[in-house]
Design a protein around this ligand. Structure first.
Ligand SMILES: Cc1cc2nc3c(=O)[nH]c(=O)nc-3n(C[C@H](O)[C@H](O)[C@H](O)COP(=O)(O)OP(=O)(O)OC[C@H]3O[C@@H](n4cnc5c(N)ncnc54)[C@H](O)[C@@H]3O)c2cc1C
Length: 318
């Protein structure tokens, strides 16, 4: 049985697509787990995206604590007999999977973006050395735990006619020794680059913070409205909040159109946007690495190209 868990709905739906593929080959079932409130609407949605059954662990826990959730997941694994466990690779999921691996004495591969069976063995691939190599890892024991980042797999088409079982069970965990003293919300601008269909991104080719409004203008006329950036813009210069940051250590995106202006195209940036549909690069250096990943390249000064580009799109779009 393949068990799928993330508190993030979209991520769960993406993982369900790969889980059904693996389960089908193994002639097994897919179970999706929900921890917390017994949300049957969500359970039905998971069924419509491929789950054969949904296990709802009803708990009295008020907030996420990895040690308590790991306890609950151990119970779910025992109840369902899961042999393969997919966990969403976000901050909570990474901590949870490591603890679960420890409790179950199980192998755990983090951040896998390709999972398949070879000679009946489960294989998980992950990008290593900042995107310069791919590690191919094989599980020789069960259960096998794999964490999956967002956008690694496309969701299945929603099918509301699918039927599945929903099991509800009260499960409590050992009380954690840690307590949450304060919750401080991260400063964000409410941008969701991961779900954007069009992204215009800026890099260190911009000379001033004010100039990045040129990127916003192009994003606006393209009706994409989503602006991304390379790491230095968010982490070093702090011109944008971290929710715009794209790359290996930022967000992984998969828009239909990705425009990179003044970005050199180092592997760590490419790792976050390489799956985009069409990539357009604007850079004044004809040798810039970004052109190797781009479908269309414009060699030129972004201060000249961007306003012309924006006007041309404006005219075309009326
Ligand atoms: C462990 C690790 C993780 C990392 N994670 C990430 C990550 O998640 N995301 C990320 O982006 N980076 C990441 N990095 C950093 C990465 O290696 C690069 O340093 C970074 O992506 C470079 O950003 P940039 O392209 O904006 O700047 P630069 O490399 O400085 O490139 C600027 C580009 O702008 C061009 N340019 C300059 N002026 C103009 C102009 N007027 N018109 C047109 N073009 C112009 C230049 O030719 C150049 O190509 C990571 C690094 C490490 C070591």
């Amino acid at each position: 049985m393949v068990l799928v868990y993330s508190e993030n709905k979209n991520l769960t739906i993406e993982m369900l697509s790969k889980a059904t593929e693996i389960a089908k080959e193994q002639k097994k079932k897919v179970t999706s787990a929900i921890i917390g409130k017994p949300d049957e609407t969500l359970a039905k949605e998971y069924i419509s995206y491929g789950a054969d059954q949904v296990f709802i662990a009803e708990t009295s826990l008020e907030s996420f604590k990895a040690e308590e959730y790991a306890d609950i997941l151990v119970n779910i694994v025992k109840e369902t007999g899961a042999e393969t466990i997919f966990i969403g690779s976000n901050k909570n999921g990474k901590e949870l999977s490591a603890r679960l691996g420890g409790k179950l004495n199980a192998g755990c591969v983090v951040d896998s973006n390709n999972i398949y069976l070879k000679n009946n063995k489960l294989i998980a691939e992950r990008v290593v050395y900042s995107g310069n190599a791919i590690a191919v890892e094989q599980f020789n024991s069960t259960p096998a735990i794999i964490t999956v980042p967002s956008k690694a797999f496309d969701p299945l088409k929603k099918d509301d006619s699918r039927k599945g079982d929903i099991t509800k069970k009260k499960i409590d965990s050992e009380k954690s020794a840690s307590k949450i003293v304060k919750v401080q919300e991260m400063k964000t601008e409410g941008v969701n680059v991961e779900d954007a269909e069009i992204i215009v991104s800026c890099g260190r080719g911009f000379k001033n913070k004010d100039d990045i409004k040129m990127v916003q203008e192009l994003a606006d006329v393209l009706k994409g409205k989503t602006v991304g950036c390379s790491r230095p813009i968010a982490a070093d210069l702090k011109w944008m909040s971290e929710d715009h940051w794209i790359g290996l250590s930022g967000h992984k995106v998969k828009p239909k159109l990705y425009i990179a202006a003044g970005i050199s195209g180092q592997i760590q940036h490419i790792a976050g946007m390489r799956d985009s549909g069409i990539i357009v690069a604007i850079n004044k250096d004809p040798e810039a690495l970004i052109f190797k990943s781009a479908d269309y390249g414009i060699v030129g000064d972004l201060y000249e190209v961007l306003p012309k580009f924006t006007n041309a799109v404006k005219e075309k779009m009326g």
